[in-house]
Design a binder for this molecule. Sequence first.
Ligand SMILES: [Zn+2]
Length: 379
Amino acid sequence: MRLAWTLALLLSGTVSAQPADITAKSAVTELSADAKPTRVGAIDCVTGTSARPSQSHIRSGAGIFGEELAAAESSSIPADGSLVTYTTFDGKQQLQLRQYNGKYVAFLISDADLALTSLQFIRRQIDRYDRVYTYLRDFLGEEPAGDGLLRIAVVDDSPASFGWVGVKGVETSQAWFNSYQEGRDLMYTVVKHEMIHNFDHLSSFLFNAPDPAHSWTDFMQPYLEVYNRQGFTDESSVQPEEWLRIMTDQFFTSFLSFPGRTWLTCVQNAACDGNNMAQHAQGGLVLRVAQAYGTANMKRWYPIAQQMVTSRNLSSTSMTGVQRNDLLFESLSKTTGDSLACFADSITWPISDSLRTTLSVMPSSARVNRFETLPDGIY
Ligand SMILES: [Zn+2]
């Protein structure tokens, strides 16, 4: 059965239209021998977990360039503007959609939906998603699994969107066209969110329940706009560092300021602000580290974490909560070159004695702990 999702928007002053709960179709996926994404199960984004595709299918950051892309384009990518048969994620519909190609993404839309907007709108969307793809690949050093272009398909008119976790593929709705016509571009915000799910290979290793896939987007979605120096756009002119401050305050400071807050109470037991705080505090703490150590350092994080997962042959399904915390804090400490053990202690995030010993040989500037007192402009 096709899963339906409700979209809630946070509307706060001039900084609006930040999706609070655009959903991913967090799905257990694998790639079959012919490298076509195959869904073998779909679970509720809010309560379920996601599984990453096998490591052998994750390509290197440089893999999309050169002969590989040229070969893919010449062999299997439909011609720009051609009609293709598209099977929806739930496998229940086969739609005749027109495919428009970008460099890394393709936009698929029916002629009927295209009549509601314009080809100019579609081309602009493709350009924006190509930029999202480029920046995510550059920052993360990895790409989603799956060959060919990342397909973004307009499949229905309900205000929901879906994205595979770790694998190329987004489904969205023509309901977002109206926001663009009203001078906003919610479709861009929505599809960007889903693409960030596509690039997610590690959330189930780094974050704990209730929703690791969205703890990941809580970090990556705002931070993408810091990394690409864009800031929050379309409806406002919030600068990158200000945008980072706003979102860190929203996701992390609310945890810090909660009376009696502890990881056990607010995250593991979700007994403070329920699942919202349990989810947001995890992505929010990474935003706080990013505030203190800057983009040049943070760009090291994902490759370091990926290398740790691979070299240790970790299995996300068998990790305990503290083991995920350990991976998060060890990878962030290696990323920053600064032990974050005292940061973990200051926010009551439990880490193991073993990791504490490992980190004890590293410098410990407590920079992230002192962040609130650092002069403006130092990040
Ligand atoms: Zn989502």
